[in-house]
Ligand binder design. Structure first.
Ligand SMILES: *Cc1c(COP(=O)(O)O)cnc(C)c1O
Length: 395
């Protein structure tokens, strides 16, 4: 059975043009960019081209880009690196409970070890924090604010430019995990006034295992203590032989995603609206989670009263969908993001996350609506669920 892929927040297929750009750097041009001969120079040249491509998309300078193994490592380097470099100023960090686990669990780990103290800002019912809340949480010993650009479960986009202005005025560094926003909405480090920014290739039709951290060098020059020490690569900021083919893939994928961004975003938003309208029309007592305005174009997260989320997913075998995030899918705990925006355990469990992408068509969306409607009706009939039982489930 063909399974329609609607889980583009978890990962995306590598584009053919990205894959073919990578191949020669596995087999033919295999040099180590650090080597002092023709093979090394050829490798170094393409690595610097990839760096320019990433920098251009972010409106950054190439020297401000540090290559990493993905967004997880970029987040880790940003947070640990800043905490270590600014220890004399303090160890207070401001974040929010809706962060991806790569930030949230890292901060909790560092908190438990006594390496930092975290203020977890409350989010509103749509999953947003306000610049005023950030302002109010600032302290003399605050060294870092870390807030994701766009949420990987509900698609909510934080008001980063306003938060950036608050941080800048206070002289506090702002890091953002932009793994979900790059290639989907404009990401400009000057407009957003961010000092550090993480991204990942495999969320934008590039290969897994590679990403980058933007580290501002001017106004202010961000200090970062390296976490991987060794060969001195990346100007001493991240040691390890550069994975040339992966970096070629990253550069091409990010550049292509940015070139297609406006057209693809409007196409996906139209499909997302069709999906949302179809589900609202055909599935009674359906809640849409997230922000109505400040949202990613390709995300739709819904909760369906009266059905268990895992039974829903089991009933939707023709679709690759997720309930909550991919990383949380293995465990039975309800999504921490849906809990943070105020959903009870039942509704948080009974959620579906749609992530539309390049391969998604009108037909697939229509099939998904019909399949969800039929599955929900069947499960509700099986469990004898009635509207009366859904006290306050609609909003
Ligand atoms: C996917 C994702 C990550 C992890 O990125 P990797 O490159 O897989 O390490 C981190 N943050 C967010 C918001 C993501 O969506």
């Amino acid at each position: 059975m063909h399974v329609h892929y609607l889980d583009h927040h978890a990962t995306t297929p590598v584009r053919e043009d990205v894959a073919s750009a990578m191949i020669p750097f596995l087999t033919k041009h295999f040099g180590n960019p650090g080597s002092p001969h023709a093979y090394g120079w050829a490798a170094e040249e393409v690595v610097e081209i990839a760096r320019e491509k990433v920098a251009r998309v972010l409106n950054a300078a190439p020297r401000e880009i540090v290559f990493t193994s993905g967004a997880t490592e970029a987040n880790d380097l940003a947070i640990r690196g800043v905490l270590a470099a600014y220890a004399a100023k303090g160890r207070h960090v401001i974040s929010a409970p809706t962060e991806h686990k790569a930030v949230r669990d890292l901060l909790r780990h560092l908190e438990n070890r006594g390496d930092c103290e975290v203020t977890w800002l409350a989010v509103d019912g749509a999953g947003r924090v306000s610049a005023d809340a950030v302002q109010a949480a600032l302290r003399p010993d605050t060294v870092l604010v870390t807030l994701m650009h766009a949420n990987n479960e509900i698609g909510t986009v934080h008001p980063l430019a306003e938060i950036g202005a608050v941080c800048k005025a206070a002289g506090v560094l702002l890091h953002t995990d932009a793994a979900q926003s790059v290639g989907k909405i404009p990401v400009d480090v000057e407009a957003l006034q961010v000092d550090l920014l993480s991204l990942s290739a495999h969320k934008v039709y590039g290969p897994k295992g590679v990403g980058a951290l933007f580290v501002r060098r001017r106004h202010p020059r961000v200090q970062l203590e390296p976490q991987l020490i060794g060969g001195g690569q990346e100007r001493g900021r991240r040691a390890g032989t550069l994975p040339v083919h992966q970096l070629v893939g990253l550069g091409v994928a990010v550049a292509l995603a940015d070139a297609d961004r406006a057209d693809e975003a409007s196409r996906l938003a139209t499909l997302r609206d069709r999906l949302e309208a179809g589900l609202r029309a055909q599935v009674p007592h359906l809640t849409v989670n997230g922000d109505r305005v400040n949202r990613l174009p390709h995300n739709l997260n819904v909760s369906v009263a009266g059905v268990p989320g895992d039974a829903l997913l089991t009933g939707l075998k023709g679709f690759a969908l997720s309930s909550g995030s991919a990383c949380a899918a293995g465990d039975r705990a309800p999504s921490h993001v849906l809990r943070a925006i105020g959903l009870d355990d039942d509704l948080a469990h009974a959620s579906l996350r749609f992530g539309l992408g390049r391969g998604t068509t009108t037909d697939i969306v229509d099939e998904a609506v019909a399949a969800v409607a039929a599955t929900v009706a069947r499960l509700r009939a099986e469990t004898g669920w009635t509207d009366a039982a859904s006290n306050g489930a609609t909003r």
